[in-house]
Design a protein around this ligand. Structure first.
Ligand code: GLV
Ligand code: MN
Ligand code: MN
Length: 399
């Protein structure tokens, strides 16, 4: 099936008819439908699917001699942020299947296995930690901590894995799988407007992380409680949002509060608690850390006069990732030259770069919007991306 055919099949899955945004959270029905689609595409191409211990899937094109070592891995993820765009994740997987088709049509006979990976819970939209599948695979998160992560309904990651037929006790670093991988190349939609050509190559990912702020106050009646008697957690929460913007401006970083949970959430009730998540990123580790410290201090200061307690916990942090220079240069050479650019977005390729050489290809995004329905790439650019990925895989799988 053509790139356009595969794209059209995936397009309705998990799409909100009203907003056009995607809701494909790990192991929920739309994401399971995407996984079934993945398995179907693999079957269609006679590519055996390996289900690893961490919820990741890999469709393999094995060389004629059956070699399983020295693999060239590509792929991306099928899950989305809440209300996300169509391209973030699936573009890398659809392009990978299309690139395999191109290579086969051209009679290529790879000497190394080529694997197409679908990494689990890349966005962390369900369990809070981004790139959970690749983090587990690479040993970048404690399996016990991963097992106890909960979703919005209070279901643990362990329960959900068990429900999906996986053994929660078996999750964790997989040196057998990683030991068979020579390199990973992920194609992804560009998530800003920095790419003027159809295809570019990544240089680095900026340091980024997620922090959870808990504001504990006292629930009470909105009409009968005098202002002086209130312990309203919403007030310091509001101060924290404004402080995040100020701290980001002062430190040359970006800081976002995009998710908040208010308990109990009644119009006529003072909240008893507020939980808010801060996403902070910047060009240097120190600047990101300073941003978070300043927001923490501002939140505590705003909370004090209201008798509200503040808790601050780091949920995940990824230091700067400089993609492997030799691999990056080889990819650029294979493409006959390509713009090289950094990104502020996190990726499985960033997590895996600690264990295997990784590289990324970006496909131009004319809107510059991502994690929202307006995320876009023109089909013509996607097809240039498929050609580029095919050339890179062909080169890497030869030797
Ligand atoms: C994932 O896309 C992230 O950058 O958070
Ligand atoms: Mn994303
Ligand atoms: Mn992504």
């Amino acid at each position: 099936m053509s790139f356009e055919g595969m794209w059209a099949e995936l397009l309705p899955v998990g799409r909100d008819a009203g907003t056009g945004g995607y809701h494909r959270f790990a192991w929920t029905p739309p994401e399971l439908e995407c996984r079934a689609w993945f398995a179907g595409e693999a079957r269609r191409r006679a590519m055996p699917v390996e289900h690893d211990r961490n919820g990741n899937m890999i469709a393999w094109w094995l060389p004629e001699d059956g070699t399983r070592e020295g693999a060239v891995l590509t792929g991306s993820h099928l899950d989305s942020v809440p209300g996300g765009g169509a391209f973030d994740g699936p573009l890398g997987i659809v392009s990978a299947f299309a690139a395999v088709d191109l290579l086969r049509e051209r009679g290529a006979t790879p000497r190394r296995p080529i694997g197409i990976a679908a990494f689990a819970e890349e966005e962390g939209a369900r369990f809070g930690v981004a790139c959970l599948g690749s983090r587990l695979l690479a040993g970048a998160i404690d399996p016990a901590r991963a097992r106890s992560l909960t979703d919005a309904d209070g279901r643990t990651f362990a329960e959900v894995l068990h429900g999906a037929g996986l053994d929660p006790e078996a999750i964790g670093p997989d040196d057998d799988l990683l030991g068979r991988v020579a390199c990973y190349v992920e194609l992804h939609v560009e998530q800003g407007r920095a790419l003027a050509e159809p295809v570019g190559v990544a240089s680095s990912i900026v340091p980024h992380g997620r922090w959870r702020f808990g504001f504990a106050g006292e629930g009470n009646h909105a009409g009968t409680t005098a202002l002086a008697d209130r312990r309203d957690p919403m007030v310091p929460f509001a101060g924290m949002v404004l402080a995040a913007r100020d701290a980001a401006e002062r430190n040359g970083t970006v800081a976002t509060v995009g998710k908040v949970r208010v308990v109990p959430g009644g119009v006529n009730a003072i909240a008893s608690s507020v939980t808010a998540w801060l996403d902070a990123r910047g060009p240097a580790d120190g600047a990101v850390r300073k941003t978070v410290e300043e927001v923490g201090a501002a939140a505590r200061e705003a909370a004090r006069p209201h008798g509200v307690a503040v808790e601050l916990a780091e949920e995940s942090y990824t230091e700067i990732v400089d993609f492997n220079l030799a691999l990056r240069d080889r990819v650029v050479r294979t493409l006959g030259g390509a713009p090289v650019l950094p990104t502020g977005a996190g990726h499985d390729a960033g997590v895996l770069s600690a264990r295997v050489p990784t590289a990324m290809l970006f496909v131009r995004n004319p809107t510059g919007v991502s994690h929202a329905p307006a995320e876009h790439a023109e089909t013509a650019d996607c097809l240039v991306g498929v050609e580029a990925l095919a050339a890179v895989l062909d080169d890497l799988a030869r030797g």
